[in-house]
Design a binder for this molecule. Structure first.
Ligand code: UD1
Length: 341
């Protein structure tokens, strides 16, 4: 057993990172945030202070900047790292492949180099269900093979998992958790922090919430001719606070020196696009106008998580319902129609 107390959170100002910072503080950990604010707002820090009552150390900079990282590791006793920082827009990754490969791979390589130099041996990596590619079956389990991603963003997740796996093979004293997220939605129940994408959202829930506040006129449902009960795609939507709790459980696992471990973080339950729209309307009383359009290239009909491994080995089980997620996403967007601006 090794004691983990101080946790460096890269990308800690982002959507999943900021919710995880709260979970860490609630469970007695001391987070330190590193973020270059490329895709997040400095206002998040103020909101985190209101929610937690704590001044959280924050360093603005890029994880690919080795000298910057070395300084932080030299001036703090860091026990573990949670690595969220990275570019994450699927469509943009197709337009800017080099930027995505450079940023996402370089940050992971630099982080591992600095951790090795400084003797910090515990890390959680933000992976994605996207690494499974087109599912051969559902639920997807951790034993299923890594697939082929349909875009550079997904490929960077696969490549980063590979970097961690090859590294762990020769560094048996390192503890690495690869967490494969399904579809995070929802927001902190305070309505103070939530998902705040720049520009028009690509993902379903932020699109719905912007329709709900009248920022966008209607939702476009991408395809209703999939081989699913109502014809629309099925995903495993997990409340971001459940996801955040999963990271704390993974840290507890790392403290037992398990080497490299891989877990899905999902609910194990599939919800279709139409079911999500209806759940949102029911949870919030807000009507979501929509039109049906063609399928979006690269989408798979159905994916949801096998959750047995995370439940058995981490004690992880998603607690919040799809209605909680809808109500919380809606509260966040109603209180912050322009995000953090
Ligand atoms: C996407 C990415 C995935 C990434 C995840 C989180 C793809 C193929 N996958 O997952 O790699 O990890 O986001 O960022 O892009 N939908 C609509 N209308 C919309 C938006 C979405 O009908 O305006 C539908 C989609 O067709 C899909 C479902 O909603 O069936 C969920 O879409 P989205 O939120 O983008 O997540 P994924 O595609 O599952």
């Amino acid at each position: 057993m090794s004691e983990i107390k101080t946790v460096l959170v890269t990308g800690g100002m982002g959507y999943i990172g900021s919710h995880t910072v709260i979970a860490l503080i609630e469970q007695g950990y001391q987070p330190i945030i590193v973020d270059d604010l490329a895709n997040s707002s400095p206002e998040v820090l103020n909101r985190l202070k209101i929610i937690t009552g704590k001044d959280i150390p924050f360093f603005k900079g890029n994880v690919c900047d080795k000298a910057f990282l070395e300084k932080i590791f030299s001036s703090h006793k860091i026990d573990a790292v949670i690595h969220f920082a990275g570019f994450k827009a699927v469509g943009e990754s197709v337009e800017k492949p080099l930027e995505y490969y450079r940023n996402n791979l370089d940050s992971t390589l630099t982080l591992l180099e600095v951790m090795t130099e400084k003797g910090v041996k515990n890390i959680i990596f933000s992976s994605s269900a996207t690494v499974y590619g087109t599912p051969v079956h559902v639920p997807l389990t951790e034993e299923d093979p890594i697939g082929t991603a349909t875009n550079p963003y997904g490929t960077t997740k696969i490549m980063q998992e590979k970097i961690f796996t090859d590294y762990a093979f020769v560094h048996k004293d390192f503890n690495i958790a690869l967490l494969r997220y399904f579809n995070p939605i929802g927001a902190h129940p305070s309505g103070l922090i939530g998902e705040a994408p720049y520009g028009t959202p690509n993902n379903l829930m932020p699109y719905i919430t912007q329709v709900a506040v009248g920022k966008l006129p209607r939702l476009t449902v991408f395809g209703n001719d999939y081989p699913t009960p109502d014809g629309t795609c099925i995903r495993d939507y997990i409340h971001v606070c459940d996801l955040a709790d999963g990271h704390v459980l993974a840290l507890k696992k790392l403290a037992q020196n398990p080497g490299l471990v891989i877990y899905n973080l999902g609910t194990g339950k599939g919800t279709s696009v139409m079911e999500l729209i209806h759940a949102y309307e029911k949870a919030t009383g807000v009507k979501i106008p929509y039109v049906i359009a063609a399928r979006r290239p690269g989408d798979v009909a159905e994916n949801y998580a096998g959750t047995l491994k995370a439940e058995k080995e981490l004690g992880f089980k998603a607690k919040r319902t799809i209605f909680d997620s809808c109500a919380d996403s809606n509260r966040w967007q109603q209180k912050n129609p322009k995000g953090y601006n």
